[in-house]
Write a protein that binds this ligand. Structure first.
Ligand code: GDP
Length: 640
């Protein structure tokens, strides 16, 4: 074949073909020169390569032989032949490794551009690098004492940042919402308070990046303010303080600052590193400044995520809707969730059928730090459950089944209760460096005394290279659910001095296997802590029930005090003992006997079949039919 004839076949000019011949190393050809069979294939090969060498071709590392062939514009047979040259036998539907795709591109002179996608992450061909991580919006929880204005502030932010048109349309809440500002976005968790925050943590979910601690300027630091601070500290979550109700005439922000400094939240102007903002949720004063500071802190924390990954997140809430089926309120934390994605969510699984934003608008995709309402789960997951996009329905089912099995087993056998004795053993083996505790007591006075003694024990232990004591929370009043949750996520033991245990807390403690130690004497409490830290063993004490009394009548003796008229039905009732109250078969309170009387005289002990009056510390809600169980500690040997 002559040059001009072949040029016609290739649909190019003879001049172009002569140039191509030169470039391909076939020198000295003119328009009319003849071309040998060998020269023709060399020209074809050259054209193919130079075509491919043009613009880069994108691959994701998840392609099959057929897909690579069509990307390269070559017949699949040619790819298969090349692969067999590499010593690989593959058919058209076989998936290729990224390495083999690279080798093919090189062999055909094509430029490869690798794009990481959800699929390539799922298949493990993509490896995340620093460059893949992009800034994401901070997730904020608003905390503080009841009535200090958390809801008012959240409402103000929501109203002033959601377009009026959209605001009117809001049909349901998602449990979180995203506020878009000029400088960036912020996600607010819609359920204020540290309880939900810690409940999530107890389930292993970290949701919050930053806490806004709301303190009313007229009331100052209160019980739940301190709780919130300690819960944040235990979780290592930074705090921004919003001193609220600044519009009130009796507002005194300086008093609040001074008090908070005692808890380690020292304002910047006093040499500390906590940011304080004076705000009013009612008038909206300085709320924008608060938002700016949140964004700034988020930036400094360098919060990042990779939007190209398969979506990951945490369940905020879930419920069963009559028409929609299981509804999951999801906070996407990393990657992107899209319609049609298969997912696992705790022990549930599904395929994303639809997603809605906080204003009820349909969304196709949800990236990092985005709350959505998601439809498509097979059942309702539990708040705090992890959500993960997976590659296939089969994978989703398999992983969900495994999780279901694991949960069933852990309910059956249960993890062990973490006891003081366990910690003591760990200390003796030298494996425990920090002893975590939570202390609840009846008064500030007793708290101070215990605190001082514990600090002394901790110092002394540190000097001997022993473990230190970290009291995560010192609080007043009975042991509550939030104390249990804090203990659960921190592996702490709860100590109560002259306080009882709320009935809900009691149940939760059993569920989370948390040990609660109650004391009547400061000395006993301190001794127990000291012995534990020093790794000293003393005869193990166990609690045994020594008697039961049935409530027959309830008497009001003071404004806030009631006494139960009882009959001792079993064993004996002894003054100062520890008691548990049973109602309809459920424990509703745990605490100490405060008074034991017979015919208005205080007595030490009352025997079976005898009537008596029983008062219980911190408990006045007796009902006829309640059973009071009386306990005493005895050394284990004495028990048998
Ligand atoms: P939460 O329990 O912390 O959520 O507190 P709320 O937001 O429900 O507020 C409790 C009360 O304080 C409500 O009556 C609010 O109207 C009022 N309140 C909240 N913020 C302010 C404020 O900045 N100034 C004044 N004067 N009142 C406020």
């Amino acid at each position: 074949m002559r040059v001009y004839q072949f040029a016609k076949q290739l649909k190019i000019s003879p001049k172009q073909l002569v140039e191509i011949c030169e470039n391909a190393g076939i020198k000295g050809k003119t328009y009319v020169s003849g071309l040998k069979e060998q020269e023709i294939s060399a020209i074809k090969e050259y054209i193919k390569k130079s075509k491919l060498a043009g613009k880069p071709i994108t691959v994701t590392g998840t392609e099959t032989v057929g897909e690579i062939a069509s990307k390269l514009g070559l017949p699949a047979s040619e790819i298969i032949a090349k692969l067999s040259e590499f010593g690989i036998s593959a058919s058209i539907n076989d998936r290729l490794s990224l390495e083999n795709i690279r080798n093919l591109f090189e062999a055909f002179g094509a430029t490869l551009q690798f794009k990481k996608t959800k699929e390539s992450y799922i298949l493990g061909t993509a490896v995340e690098t620093e460059q893949d991580l992009l800034p994401r919006a901070p997730v904020v929880t608003v905390m503080g004492h009841v009535d200090h204005g958390k809801t008012t502030i959240l409402d103000y932010i929501r109203k002033s940042n959601v377009a009026a048109r959209e605001f009117g349309q809001i049909t349901q809440k998602i449990g979180a919402y995203k506020v878009k500002l000029k400088e960036g976005s912020i996600v607010f968790i819609d359920t204020p308070g540290h309880e939900v925050f810690t409940a999530m943590r107890a389930r292993g979910a970290k949701v919050t990046d930053i806490a806004v601690l709301v303190v009313a300027a007229d009331e100052g630091v209160k019980l739940q303010t301190v709780e919130a601070i300690n819960h944040c500290k235990a979780a290592g979550v930074p705090i921004i303080v919003a001193i609220n109700k600044i519009d009130k005439p009796n507002a005194n922000p300086d008093v609040v600052k001074k008090k908070l400094s005692e808890y380690g939240l020292v304002p910047e102007e006093w040499g500390g590193d906590t940011v304080f903002v004076n705000v009013s949720g009612l008038t909206g004063a300085n709320i924008n400044e608060l938002l700016e500071i949140i964004l700034l802190m988020g930036e400094m924390m360098e919060l990042k995520a990779n939007p190209d990954r398969p979506g990951e997140g945490v369940v905020l809430e879930s419920y069963l809707h009559k028409q929609k089926g299981p509804v999951v309120d999801l906070l996407v934390q990393n990657g992107t969730v899209g319609i049609g994605d298969f997912f696992v969510c705790g022990s549930c699984w599904g395929k994303v059928r639809a997603m809605f934003d906080e204003n009820g608008n349909r969304v196709e995709k949800a990236g990092p730090s985005t709350p959505v309402e998601l439809l498509g789960a097979n059942t309702t997951p539990v708040p705090g459950d992890r959500f993960n996009v997976v590659s296939s329905e089969a994978d989703a089912k398999r992983i969900a089944d495994q999780e279901n099995e694991r949960r069933k087993q852990s309910i059956g056998s249960g993890q062990k209760v973490l006891t003081l004795e366990d910690l003591q053993r760990q200390i003796m083996q030298g494996t425990l460096k920090e002893f975590k505790m939570i202390l609840k007591s009846d008064s500030l006075g007793s708290q101070e005394v215990i605190k001082a003694s514990i600090e002394k024990i901790s110092q002394a232990s540190l000097q001997k290279n022993g473990p230190t004591i970290n009291c995560l929370h010192y609080g007043l009043g009975s042991i509550s659910e939030s104390d249990i949750l804090l203990a659960a996520c921190s592996q702490a033991i709860i100590f109560g001095y002259n306080v009882g245990v709320d009935s809900k807390a009691e149940k939760l403690a059993k569920q989370h296997k948390i040990e609660i130690k109650l004391y009547r004497l400061v000395y006993d409490l301190i001794e127990d802590v000291k012995n534990t830290i020093e790794g000293m063993t003393k005869p193990k004490e166990v609690e045994v029930m020594i008697g039961q009394a049935l409530v027959k009548q309830v008497f009001k003796i003071g404004k806030n005090q009631t006494v139960a008229g009882c009959i001792v039905v079993e064993g004996k009732v002894v003054r100062d003992s520890r008691v548990k109250i049973l109602r309809d078969g459920n424990f509703i309170y745990e605490g100490f006997l405060s008074s034991l009387t017979r015919f208005k005289n205080s007595v030490k002990e009352v025997a079976t079949n005898t009537e008596c009056g029983i008062g219980i510390e911190g408990f006045n809600d007796f009902k006829e039919g309640d059973v009071i169980q009386v306990y005493q500690k005895v050394e284990e040997e004495a028990k048998v």
